[in-house]
Design a protein around this ligand. Sequence first.
Ligand code: ADP
Ligand code: F6P
Length: 542
Amino acid sequence: QCRFAGGNGDTMSRLIIVSNRLPVSLDAQPDGSYALRQNVGGLATAIGPYHSSHHDCLWVGWSGEDPADHTPEEIEAIRSTYEENRCIPLFLSAEQVAGFYAGFSNNTLWPLMHDFSHEAVFDPGTWETYSHVNQLFADALAPLIRKGDTVWVQDYHLMLLPNILRQRFNNISIGWFLHVPFPSPEIFRSLPQSREILKGVLGADLLGFHTVDFVENFKSCVQQLLDIETDDAGHIAVDGGHTATVDAFPIGIDYNLYRRTTRSSLARAMRRGIEEQSGKRPGRHHDTSLSAESSAAAEAATKSGSWWSHHVHEELPELTLAQSAMFGKDSKPNKVVVSVDRLDYTKGLPERLRAFERLLEKYPEWIGHVTYYLLATPSRGDVETYQRLKQQVDQLVGKINGRFSMLAWTPIHYITRSLPIKPVCGIYAAGDVALVTPLRDGMNLVAKEYLACHDGRDGALVLSDMCGAAEELGEAFIVNPYDIEMTCEALHDALEISPEESTRRNRAMQARIKARTAGTWCAGFLDALLQVSNPGLDDKRL
Ligand code: ADP
Ligand code: F6P
């Protein structure tokens, strides 16, 4: 029995967040205990800090563990470690995960929501599992819910849950927020279950989207598919006397957390390492002897033990160009480009890599002087489209590195592991340029995190116009991510921008991000929910 179940004599109402994935995962330790690891993704980043700092707030979600892989004792240990952190885990079988998560959520809804309808798979079997698992989430919530509680449902995995909850409990407030885009009716109507999905989310009192455009798309779908109009205040009168309200709530980040973390010793060490490796500052990874043009200096270098680089340079200058130019007085300054993503086809990684390759082709003066640190963690490995993307990105990185590498310079450092926040901040801080070029994205928090890690200083952001963040970050180098030539030019301009100009642009964007943090976003949504919902006291269940 869950330690948070029932009234426990306490009648205080609580906030219960529900999402597919919990904000943390557990890693088994050799001594049988479990260590917490922060999950990657916008949802965990944005709401995780609110949950940790509000001690009456619970979070219900999938444990990520298959019960068939564990003994009952292990399951108990997993459950209790989660509960110590106010997380209530749901255990789903491999079959349920395949139909609900990999299937309907990520193979049908995800591509549709991101305008990738050609990737969407319509399978009645996965729909059935999706509906069933939404019911299982309601079952998991049932013992926890008290009169007056607020249940805040997250994202596209749980679009039937709001109405299931409304049918079962009428004395709670129900919110739902979509962390991805909402498509136009032309796309959404191709989903065979589009009406059921709309009715499912309309069970909520308040429905939130990242942008006004997504709200408009949703309203058009409701009008065209359910024949219900939305009034000017965003009210949608649903059957049975219930009124749902829709509005835009652009999500933010915990700005101070990123700013602070950038100053941590690990972040600083990471930044320093990248700066040394890329030749931005001298360090043990670079043999500076070849900057010396004079034979006297070369001789000195030889004496100091770095004979090999001089020798290779004499024989194969094209392979050591980077090294010889790196510290030469007339050469270009060395620069670092960074990006941080889940390996997802919506993030535009192949297009971005082609733009980087084009830069080296079109502006060869950057060869040896710009190093790209590409952090891309594999995601949703059970879905075929993601497996294909991983292969494509691996091949492209290999191709570009093979084509341009020199003895002491590799154009792309490709890191596929998921890193904790401190090294991620170090990578952001080291980046003279951040390449954030999703083909489609609800908001994109990476763009905001990069700017927070450059608080008060220079650093240029190249940003796709296909994400919600572009509406707030107009001073960035805005690109159409499908346009390789345009992205290449923007990258070139971003590498050339003066520190004064990029600091000036950043200041304007940072002021906006600071004013709209993850905390103010959570509070804003919950306040609005309180305004529109009025949990009745005529209790159906309690
Ligand atoms: P999404 O929710 O689609 O993944 P967002 O840009 O909104 O996209 O949020 C991604 C979040 O996950 C950010 O907080 C980012 O720092 C984090 N993240 C993404 N990729 C990685 C990675 N490879 N390692 C560590 N954190 C990552
Ligand atoms: O932000 C969109 C989102 O789908 C979140 O719901 C999710 O936490 C994140 O991306 C990461 O995806 P996943 O949980 O499938 O790894």
